[in-house]
Design a protein around this ligand. Structure first.
Ligand code: ADP
Ligand code: ADP
Length: 541
């Protein structure tokens, strides 16, 4: 046994050689016999953005329920919960003491942004204005709407909003409240990078200028780095236990996470470190062309969106990253390649079979995951498929579930597996990172890359997580223009040139962490920011 459960491990999953110090004490909360136990708690701090970094299922929601006063922690004594006095005894003298006293007295109000914004239309019927008018407790609605550029959807029904619009409306709804503590469970899914940066700045201001306590769970590490003032790492065994560490500096927390080893906890959380190229990888040109396409243009009608594409080449065997704002024509380009849309100018006479994972996943048949996946490929269940697809995407534990019962991250993993399982010339994945936790992003990245290499497959990946795009891509295709009006697609380029084009459009530069070479967003106007801009080096130093 691992020392947590009294009897044999019911999960058959746990092998802990050195029980970390955290796990030698009683948990903060245990749901029941052999049920999930939470160790530690995050510490909300006035004037600070506190980040939580870690996999789904490690107890973050449980912790927030405790901090919100919805769940009285039982210190592991689920049969006879000891009550608040015992809890306060346990936390006496710690940073949480005052906070928990307020929770006990019912004096804490919490505003929350739920993780899965896609579910909001199921629970709310009405317009955006109806939804937001109820939450405007601080009288700041107009300002928030303007900052997040979402005024135009006020009169629209909630059920007509795109994922990126819903995400921003949900953020505005939470941030407009007047609460003691704000809990934002993922701030980036479906947002492009400039929207992500705007949200991050808004949250920072609420903490640093208005003295509010903000708690943010985020899996886009570049954004987490930007938004948080301090960081708890969460780790554990899904379903069994979760540990929320004491706060670390954001820099150390993320570096330790990437290294796969938590220093203070003396805990290895992954066998290998994740490493970034500090210098752009050399461009290889030996590969055969899969597609050569000419200049193309497409417009959806008089005065509607139009797209111009610079002719280019996509090689066999490469992972081509596609970056650019939402609404700039990335999906339109994919449809032109797939022959699903005809261009107005230029000729795409391609007989390419394309396997496509859309941004918003709709796999809602009442069907089991294994039945669904086996209907797509003869390889389903082969040892190759198991090793290259099922294992890295952690599908084993959800094979027997119904598609309709999956969480957002599970659904994403099934959709990536479905896309890669089909026979095709070109695989196109639109925002595979959405709702994947950090660990799953790393695994999915590895699976997609290996798949491209081993199957001689060509993969196009649209994503807004800079770390994921960096780790995945051999080359980059950059879209720019005016969203919803006009888009321009550059030809595919090497990573250095592509990143420079892309980040110059956004006016964002990255520096490198001194210790691990990880890219970090520069403060606008800082010395490095100005130097890199003048040299035209936005990403690779
Ligand atoms: P996270 O927010 O990090 O994804 P949660 O706090 O939601 O994690 O869940 C952690 C674990 O606790 C999960 O395995 C979940 O199934 C379990 N859990 C959550 N609520 C209960 C409950 N009421 N009874 C038993 N187990 C629960
Ligand atoms: P992206 O994939 O970069 O988010 P899209 O290619 O999906 O962008 O869309 C670009 C623009 O074209 C958006 O403003 C979108 O509303 C518009 N658009 C997409 N499909 C159609 C269509 N069938 N008719 C009219 N406009 C469309």
């Amino acid at each position: 046994t691992c020392g947590i459960c009294v009897e044999k491990c019911p999960f058959d999953a746990i092998e802990i050689i050195n029980l970390p110090q955290e796990l030698q004490d009683d948990p903060t909360h245990r749901y029941g016999e052999n049920a999930f136990s939470l160790y530690g708690l995050p510490v909300p701090q006035e004037g600070q953005v506190t980040g939580i970094l870690g996999p789904n299922g490690s107890g973050k929601t449980t912790a927030v329920k405790i901090l919100a006063g919805e769940l009285a922690p039982n210190l592991g004594q689920f049969e006879e919960p000891p009550g608040w006095d015992a809890v306060l005894d346990r936390y006496r003298g710690t940073e949480l003491q005052n906070y928990l006293e307020d929770v006990r007295d019912g004096d804490v109000t919490v505003a929350r942004k739920p993780q899965y914004v896609d579910k909001i239309p199921d629970r709310f019927d009405g317009s955006t204005a109806d939804l937001l008018s109820r939450t405007d407790e601080r009288g700041v609605l107009d300002d928030l709407l303007e900052r997040l550029e979402i005024e135009h959807v006020m009169e629209q029904g909630i059920d007509s909003l795109s994922g990126g619009e819903l995400q921003r409306v949900a953020l505005v709804a939470a941030l407009a409240r007047d609460a003691d503590f704000y809990f934002l469970d993922e701030i980036t899914p479906y947002l492009d990078i400039s929207q992500r940066v705007k949200v991050a700045r808004l949250i920072q201001e609420m903490a640093n200028e208005q003295g509010r306590s903000m708690l943010v769970v985020e899996h886009d590490l570049a954004i987490l780095d930007l938004v948080a003032d301090n960081l708890h790492v969460a780790y554990g065994e899904p379903g069994a236990y979760g540990v929320i560490t004491t706060p670390k500096s954001v820099r150390n927390g993320i570096n330790e996470y990437l290294a796969g080893y938590l220093n203070n906890e003396n805990m290895r959380i992954r066998p290998n470190a994740i490493e970034f190229d500090e210098h752009a990888p050399r461009e290889t040109t030996a590969a055969d062309a899969l597609v050569e396409y000419p200049d193309l243009s497409k417009s959806y009608g008089e005065g509607e969106f139009s797209l111009d594409v610079e002719g280019g080449t996509i090689y066999e065997n490469e992972v081509l990253g596609i970056v650019g704002p939402n609404g700039i024509g990335k999906s339109t380009f994919a449809k032109l390649l797939a022959g699903r849309l005809q261009p107005d100018e230029g000729d795409v006479d391609l007989e390419l079979e394309i396997s496509y994972k859309p941004q918003y996943i709709e796999i809602d048949q009442p069907m089991r995951v294994d039945v669904f996946l086996s209907s797509l490929s003869d390889d389903f269940g082969s040892s190759y498929w198991n090793t290259e697809i099922a294992q890295p995407l952690l599908l084993d534990r959800i094979m027997e579930q119904n598609l309709t019962d999956l969480s957002g991250g599970e659904r994403q993993r099934v959709a990536i597996a479905a896309c890669l399982s089909k026979e095709a010339d070109l695989y196109l994945l639109d925002e595979p990172s959405a709702y994947l936790d950090v660990e799953q992003r790393v695994r999915a990245t590895r699976a997609i890359r290996r798949y491209a290499e081993m199957q001689d497959a060509t993969v196009l990946v649209i994503d807004h997580d800079t770390y994921m795009i960096d780790l995945l891509s051999d080359r980059l295709m950059v879209f720019d223009g005016e969203p919803a009006e006009h888009g321009h697609a550059g030809r595919p380029k090497g990573m250095r040139e592509g990143m420079n084009d892309f980040l110059a459009n956004l006016d964002i530069t990255f520096r490198r962490d001194e210790n691990v070479g990880r890219p970090r967003i520069n403060k606008p106007g800082s010395q490095l920011d100005r130097k890199q801009k003048s040299e035209g080096e936005y990403y690779y130093s």
